[in-house]
Design a protein. Structure first.
Length: 133
């Protein structure tokens, strides 16, 4: 996977090997977040459900309703907003689309805390950095 040099990347870039799929990493991240911050971040963090294939009419309807192509896996509203694209720990087993990169760059330009995290532990590290700022 191509990793851009203008967006912060958390995780071990050299790791290669067996690792959970992105969906499981995401489920684990949200479970930990809701456990550790049940009355704050756990209440407001969300994932925009925009994956999957759609027929033309459904895609057009979703877009008209506000669906944004490339929206990241984890968004936590705040000042600044936490915007994180979660990939597999072994980034060679993941892909990042041009629309995801465009979204991350636009969010960064708007002042958001933006990152790509390689696995759930890296996402946790990014969250710690975000909270310590």
């Amino acid at each position: 996977m191509y990793l851009p040099n203008d967006i912060r990347v958390y995780g071990d870039l050299n790791y290669r090997g067996v690792c959970p799929k992105e969906t499981l990493e995401q489920v684990t991240f949200f479970a930990r977040l809701r456990r550790d911050y049940p009355d704050t971040l756990g209440l407001i963090a969300f994932h925009v459900r925009n994956e999957g294939k759609r027929d033309h009419l459904t895609a057009a309807t979703h877009k008209a309703e506000g669906m944004t192509t490339g929206a990241p896996d984890i968004i936590i509203p705040g000042a600044p907003t936490f915007v994180c694209e979660l990939k597999r720990r072994d980034h060679t087993q993941s892909e990042i689309s041009q629309s995801q990169l465009a979204y991350l760059r636009a969010a960064q330009a708007a002042g958001c805390f933006v990152c790509i995290a390689l696995g759930v532990d890296a996402a946790g590290e990014a969250l710690r950095v975000y909270l310590e700022r």
